[in-house]
Design a protein around this ligand. Structure first.
Ligand SMILES: C[S@@+](CC[C@H](N)C(=O)[O-])C[C@H]1O[C@@H](n2cnc3c(N)ncnc32)[C@H](O)[C@@H]1O
Length: 240
């Protein structure tokens, strides 16, 4: 049997993610025992009547900063040997499909979500062993960012997607965007499915898809082609 991936999301808004984790693929993944999710309420690791998780910033300035103690106590209670503790932050390394693959090989992810002005720096220095941003924009809190990471990672775990929904040829799998997809009907509102896809000739279809993927990537994301070992000008890999 495959190992289970444990994903813990530590946030002051666990309810924001209940619906998200309870639907579609993530729900299926959890039900099949391939992944286990824990939504951890950071306030459970406070010790005052108001369950306070934030305080004023030292040195002054606007807003509030999240206190270190609840994060440290939460992680102390969750951590297993080798767990990857990831601080969600717009200042982290930018999330990509290759980071998703890296995280999908782990056994235990603990995703820490900030709020307000951010998180006391000691959480980053003394607790997190990774820091991830989902893009160059600022969200109000880290719960959505953690959800994005969890979704992209979980679908890469063995057995989570059915055979029909493989990840081998999708966008970014080879530093290429995916080729265009069509389904029935063969013509709709004057727009026809390319003849080659109706031909039944698998070799022609494979070649057409390859060319479309390269052309689309060159047009939309030339930066990806620079990083592709199979970029234009290099021999195509022969598939067996
Ligand atoms: C309002 S943001 C804090 C931004 C912080 N003052 C700064 O300028 O870097 C509050 C929290 O939302 C989360 N967050 C916001 N944008 C994010 C992003 N692009 N990627 C990951 N997490 C993000 C982080 O957990 C962050 O601590």
């Amino acid at each position: 049997m495959e190992d289970i991936l444990q994903v813990d999301i530590v946030t002051i808004f666990p309810r924001m993610l209940e619906g998200f984790l309870g639907e579609s693929m993530l729900r299926r993944a959890a039900r099949s025992g391939r992944v286990a999710f824990r939504l951890v309420d950071l306030r459970d690791f406070t010790h005052d009547r108001h369950r306070t998780t934030d305080d004023r910033p030292y040195g002054g300035g606007p807003g509030m900063v999240m206190k270190p103690e609840p994060f440290f106590e939460a992680v102390d209670s969750l951590r297993t040997p080798g767990a990857r503790v990831i601080l969600m932050s717009p200042q982290g390394r930018r999330f990509t499909q290759s980071i998703a693959r890296e995280l999908a090989a782990e056994r235990h992810l603990i995703l820490l979500c900030g709020h307000y002005e951010g998180v006391d720096e000691r959480v980053r220095i003394g607790l997190a062993n990774d820091e991830i941003s989902i893009g160059d924009y600022v969200l109000t809190n880290g719960a959505l960012a953690a959800a994005v990471v969890a979704d992209a990672v979980v679908r890469l775990r063995p057995g989570v997607l059915g055979n029909a929904e493989g990840t081998a040829e999708e966008s970014f799998s080879e530093s290429l965007l995916e080729y265009p997809q069509y389904t029935r009907p063969p013509e709709y509102r004057g727009l026809r499915v390319p003849e080659v896809l109706l031909s039944g000739n698998h070799e022609d279809i494979r070649r057409w898809r390859r060319m479309q993927a390269l052309a689309r990537t060159a047009e939309r994301r030339p930066d990806l082609l620079g990083a592709s070992p199979t970029a234009a000008g290099q021999p195509e890999r022969t598939e067996s």
